[in-house]
Ligand binder design. Structure first.
Ligand code: NAD
Ligand code: MG
Length: 383
């Protein structure tokens, strides 16, 4: 198993599952962007063939710590892409953001399996990613809990009878907060998710519900369904992770406690299942499951994502890039909570619909949307 983004929340959960099955798994490559200390500790514990550290200033330190153990050490973005090419039966793509696109593509090109957490790669290059999987015979196993749920209950032989799918959404930390106070939501409040413990970017995305917008796009590519057949349903307890509605009226769902080790374990053991120490579901204790429709006025990000999906690929790239820049600015206290959607909306308004033929095209639109986002944020800060 290789893990791209081994030091993050998904990386950590993956290694927790792997540590339970030392006979079954060995580590090929581990990568990290900045946290050299954690990468070194993980390498000492799991003894990979290779590691890569994105921040090249840390390369000498990682080299001197790991070369004596016979572990190859790569550095920089190219080093991470190189680590993604180390032979592995399954690569866990768990880098956050569009930064994960190139390494994920390199892993896909190896023709083995890729367990995908890095939803932004699918949002900005979904068609190219799916085409690369077909070309190289690579199986893409979704880690994102909603998509993993659908993957678990959508049998290939029933594909033609799928009427629609429902992605469940916890609603995040702001579900009950008065809308009039949204402008004053702080980064601490936004990342304080009631159900899941995750990295900072996806936690903010969950508060704005941009996460569900990105997941809508992710589902569109993974399951080849139009946006009109993908619904979102608020389910605050996060027990039902998603549902598939069939033409005969049957609805299949996957349930489980909210712990990413569960979907991760399924991707690592697929098509089998393996024992993992995860919290067990006790429905009698939970008593009732709640559902409610999503309030569009509260969470404009979902509408922006739906519109971008209809507008075409350049808008999906710009949506993702502008959101990444806006979330970073919000976390740094440079813009307010409600300004994130405003930045994304304005950048989309000035994004032309261009055709996307290659990853280079994706990166060019991505870069230009990031520039426009910086300009918008600078203007918002001065205003
Ligand atoms: P995180 O911030 O905890 O970890 C991110 C990882 O990516 C770290 O290992 C970091 O070193 C690496 N990284 C960051 N910037 C990088 C760069 N520029 N180049 C290379 N590597 C870089 O994030 P996370 O919560 O683990 O999320 C990872 C991905 O999984 C995201 O796409 C997220 O949407 C998705 N996801 C996460 C969860 C969750 O529960 N955390 C659930 C579903 C999907
Ligand atoms: Mg999810």
């Amino acid at each position: 198993v290789s893990i791209l983004g081994a030091t993050g929340s998904i990386g950590e959960s993956t290694l927790r599952v792997i540590a339970e099955h030392p006979q079954r798994f060995a580590i090929a490559a581990l990568t990290a962007q900045r946290n050299a200390e954690k990468l070194i500790a993980l390498a000492r514990q799991f003894r990979p063939t290779a590691v890569a550290i994105g921040d090249e200033t840390q390369l000498p330190g990682v080299r001197s710590a790991l070369h004596p153990l016979g572990i190859a050490v790569f550095g920089g973005a190219t080093g991470i892409a190189e680590a993604a090419c180390i032979p592995a039966d399954i690569t866990v793509a768990a880098i956050v953001g569009a930064a994960g696109l190139i390494p994920t593509m390199r892993a896909i090109e190896q023709g083995a399996s890729v367990a995908l957490a890095n939803k932004e790669a699918l949002v900005c290059a979904g068609r190219l990613v799916m085409e690369a999987c077909a070309t190289h015979g690579t199986r893409l196993l979704p880690i994102d809990s909603e998509h993993n749920a659908i993957f678990q209950v959508l049998a290939a032989e029933h594909r033609a009878a799928v009427e629609k799918i429902t992605l469940t959404a916890s609603g995040g930390p702001l579900l009950r907060r008065p809308l009039a106070t949204f402008a004053s939501v702080t980064p601490e409040e936004a990342v304080n998710h009631p159900r899941w413990s995750m990295g900072a970017k996806i936690s903010v995305d969950s508060a704005t519900m941009m996460n569900k917008g990105l997941e809508l796009i992710e589902a569109h590519y993974l399951f080849d369904l139009p946006a009109s057949r993908i619904e979102v349903l608020v389910h605050p307890q996060s027990i039902i992770h998603s549902l598939v509605h069939y033409a005969d009226g049957s609805v299949l769902a996957q349930l489980g406690m909210p712990d990413m080790a569960i979907p991760i374990a399924y991707t690592l053991s697929w098509p089998e299942r393996m024992a993992v120490t995860t919290p067990r579901l006790n429905l009698a204790e939970i008593g009732a499951l709640q559902f409610e429709p999503l309030e569009a006025a509260r969470f404009p990000a979902l509408g922006l994502a739906r519109a971008a999906l209809n507008a075409g690929e350049s808008h999906l790239i710009a949506l993702n890039a502008a959101n990444e820049i806006a979330v970073a600015a919000f976390l740094e206290g440079r813009i307010g909570f409600t300004q994130m959607a405003e930045v994304v909306e304005r950048v989309l308004a000035e994004t032309p619909t261009t055709s996307i033929g290659s990853i280079e095209d994706v990166l060019a639109v991505d870069e230009s949307a990031r520039q426009s986002s910086h300009t918008r944020i600078a203007a918002a800060t001065l205003a």
